[in-house]
Design a protein around this ligand. Structure first.
Ligand SMILES: [Zn+2]
Ligand SMILES: [Zn+2]
Length: 305
């Protein structure tokens, strides 16, 4: 049975906890912006994190300004559900041009805060025609984040996140159940950027995966690998000494992958995207032990932060 949920709303009724949570469209990026600003204080990457905070703030404004977008009709939605397919799949859903409008608004808003290098990137994106932007969007949605134009992709991704968050929250009440493949988003089919314990104060001990694209969160049993489903004995945790364990890397000995686990139950201000970018040192540590990351952070320029 599908759990009926308005975006951002947690049912208080007893019984089964919801297995899929749509983002709170009013605050998802604003919360992230506040967290980036908080994490920037005294951080070696403070300037970068502050700029990412501006970007998240611009995402919230673009989302606030985005009118309702076309979503699949009821028949298409129930067909997706029947076949265990995502409802608005990242790689095949026909994007509305609203995402490009969001991109232009985001570029304009972050420009005054951009470093010299970022200003060059922003200007270059501004000169691309629609076809070139759509081609970059295709790359982001296929998670091909390396190579030529890699510096432009986080901004394209930021606008796509706004658009897909609008889609996911519009579908809110019809949010699907997790798919048969537990490691991909039931709404858009994208990979998770991290997992979260304490997705909301009402669900303190449960672990949810956080979609890297549409900000939907879906339930997955704790202490199992998010990529290959291996059980507890294959999973181990690493964190940076002295950081209170708020962000841990959950590694899997079977598939040699890892994904970060963000303890929102320990600090409600923690955010799976912001806390991820503030703990790149943990990625280096885990990479060096031979694990590779199983889900992307679409705002990260590989080797560029
Ligand atoms: Zn998603
Ligand atoms: Zn695994």
């Amino acid at each position: 049975m599908t759990t009926l949920l308005e975006p951002g709303q947690i049912p208080q009724a007893s019984g089964e906890p919801p297995r899929v949570l749509a983002a709170d469209a009013k605050d998802v990026f604003a919360h992230r912006a506040r967290r980036f600003t908080q994490l920037a204080e005294g951080h070696p990457l403070g300037d970068y994190l502050r700029f990412m905070g501006r970007l998240a703030q611009a995402q919230q404004r673009a989302l606030d300004a985005m009118p309702a977008v076309p979503v699949p009709d009821d028949a298409a939605q129930s067909q997706s559900r029947q076949h265990g397919m995502p409802v608005v799949p990242a790689q095949s859903w026909r994007r509305d041009s609203a995402w490009r409008k969001a991109l232009r608004a985001i570029l304009e808003e972050v420009a005054p805060a951009a470093s010299e290098a970022a200003a060059v990137t922003l200007k270059a994106i501004g000169q691309l025609d629609d076809a070139a932007l759509e081609a970059l969007a295709d790359r982001v949605l296929r998670t091909e984040l390396y190579g030529v134009h890699a510096d432009k992709l986080p901004f394209v991704a930021a606008a796509l996140q706004v658009y897909w968050t609008r889609l996911a929250t519009q579908l809110g009440h019809a949010t699907p159940q997790p798919l048969d493949v537990p490691g991909v988003c039931p709404c858009c089919g994208a990979l998770p950027s991290a997992s979260v314990i304490g997705a909301s104060p009402e669900l303190p001990g449960l672990r949810f995966l956080h979609c890297s694209l549409c900000n939907t969160e879906w339930h997955l049993t704790r202490a199992s690998c998010t990529a290959c489903d291996a059980g507890e004995s294959a999973v181990a945790y690493q964190h940076i000494e002295g950081d209170k364990g708020l962000v841990q890397a959950e590694t899997c000995d079977v598939c040699k992958s890892y994904l970060k686990l963000v303890r929102r139950d320990k600090d409600a201000s923690a955010d799976p995207v912001a806390d991820d970018l503030a703990t790149l040192a943990l990625d280096i540590l885990v990479d060096e032990s031979g694990f590779s990351r199983s889900g992307p952070n679409l705002l990260l320029v590989p080797g560029g932060a």
